[in-house]
Ligand binder design. Structure first.
Ligand SMILES: O=C(O)C(=O)C[C@]1(C(=O)O)C=C[C@@H](O)C=C1
Length: 423
């Protein structure tokens, strides 16, 4: 079955033959339909898409009650759409691209994860959304391929989840927006390498909410094909963050090797294994070594043993902030550009004894998603991302935000969520 759909910020529109999906996780229409049947909220989406695709079929279309009905419906819509000459296929918004739909490839690594005895799950017992999801097999999108640290972070955050690999961060955001996954787990900062800027930019461009955080100790290994020795290595490939987290150790190991950045750590191992490359090593996890049949040439090669990556969990809906346990809140804002405005924003928290755990500045690019964006475009204007240790249910945080509003031209709460208190 072939389908195509576009997305705007609020609705999904099927338009033809292909389906916007991550390259590395191929789905078929049946899977999409199954996903939508399993979730009551999708009723609205069904109506939207059916109404949007073609006014004529609107009255005949109701949400399918079974998989068969849904598949029949899609066939019918396809026929109608082909009759319309491909529908709105050219109206691609936000630079989304289309990929062909293939056969269903189950992405779950659940049994493997269980067998590997991954770190004890973070308890996310706060808030109704996380309660609903505890112990259920939700789909969680991450960037990378099986064996990536992001996959381990997803399993730590949602112990029984079905992980959905995505080839780019942007695709992970989209898969939640398009109801393919219920959550995305994405890295935002590493204790050695610093911020993952791309995800800060994407948090602003998309409408998802931060509903939790999880910190994952990252222990890198140098992997090569069986039989390859350290002295054979002429090239080391990995995610740029992983390369930077191991730079000193690579030099200490005396490697005469060029560094090359690829999309993710496990993907680097997969690439070497699939192509039988014998002069190249990958920096990746020991789990990636198991999955792709690689040898571990060196273990724990990160420059500091305290190498921790912080990931955020993203959802379509925010969770309700509470006061029964420590919360963190993440905001993004643009100052008015007047003298001292950033200082005034920061002091709104300091005066209320609210601790800031992170501040990040990113160049303003274009109008942000959501909120009222009143950005007068000039070069070298910045957006500021701040994490502070308080729940939005806390009166102090509400007062601080009221004050912050006075000195900002744009302000958005990205999420108020339970802090990961793991040591
Ligand atoms: O490539 C991976 O395995 C990832 O999960 C990505 C990522 C990152 O983006 O920082 C995550 C954790 C590690 O710090 C290195 C890489």
């Amino acid at each position: 079955m072939e389908l195509k759909y576009l997305t705007s910020s609020s609705s999904i529109v099927f338009t033809g033959r292909a389906l916007l999906l991550p390259k590395c996780c191929v789905y078929n229409a049946e899977r999409l339909v199954r996903a939508s049947l399993s979730n009551g909220h999708v009723l609205h989406e069904w109506k939207t898409l059916c109404a949007t695709i073609n006014g004529q079929v609107e009255s005949q279309v109701t949400k399918p009650k079974s998989l068969k009905e849904a598949v029949d419906l899609i066939s019918r819509l396809n026929k109608v759409d082909q009759g319309n000459g491909g529908g709105d296929a050219d109206k691609v918004v936000d630079g989304l691209s289309f990929l062909q739909v293939g056969n269903l490839v189950p992405s779950t690594q659940r049994s493997e994860l269980a067998a590997l005895n991954l770190p004890r799950p973070l308890s996310i017992s706060c808030g109704q959304v996380s309660d609903t999801l505890r112990g259920t097999s939700i789909r969680v999108a991450y960037q990378g391929v099986p064996g990536a640290y992001s996959e381990a972070a997803a399993a730590k955050a949602y112990p029984n989840c079905e992980t959905v690999p995505c080839d780019q961060f942007e695709v992970a955001f989209q898969s939640v927006e398009l109801w393919i996954a219920e959550r995305a787990v994405l890295p935002v900062e590493n204790s050695l390498g610093g911020s993952i800027h791309r995800n800060y930019d994407l948090l602003l461009r998309h409408h998802l909410h931060i509903v939790g955080e999880v910190q994952l100790p990252v222990k890198h290994c140098l992997l090569a094909l069986p039989g390859v020795r350290l002295s054979d290595i002429r090239r080391v490939i990995s995610h740029p963050q992983a390369l930077s987290q191991c730079e000193n150790t690579l030099t200490r190991l005396g490697l005469q090797a060029a560094r090359e950045a690829v999309d993710d750590t496990a993907g680097a191992a997969q690439f070497i294994a699939e192509n039988g490359i014998r002069d190249t090593a990958a920096i990746a996890s020991s789990r990636a070594a198991q999955i792709y049949g690689m040898n571990v040439l060196a273990e724990g090669i990160q420059d500091d043993c305290n190498n921790v990556t912080r990931f955020v969990m993203l959802a379509r809906e925010p969770i309700i902030p509470k006061l029964d346990r420590p919360f963190k809140t993440s905001i993004v804002f643009a100052t008015e550009g007047t003298t001292g405005s950033l200082f005034k924003v920061l002091s709104a928290f300091a005066f209320r004894n609210i601790n800031l755990t992170k501040i990040e500045s990113r160049p303003q690019r274009r109008k942000a998603a959501g909120g009222v964006c009143n950005i007068k475009k000039r070069c070298f204007e910045y957006l500021y991302y701040i994490d502070f240790e308080a729940s939005m249910a806390d009166q102090r945080a509400q007062n601080a935000m009221r004050e912050v509003q006075e000195f900002t031209s744009f302000l958005r709460v990205l999420g108020s969520y339970p802090m990961d208190m793991a040591p």
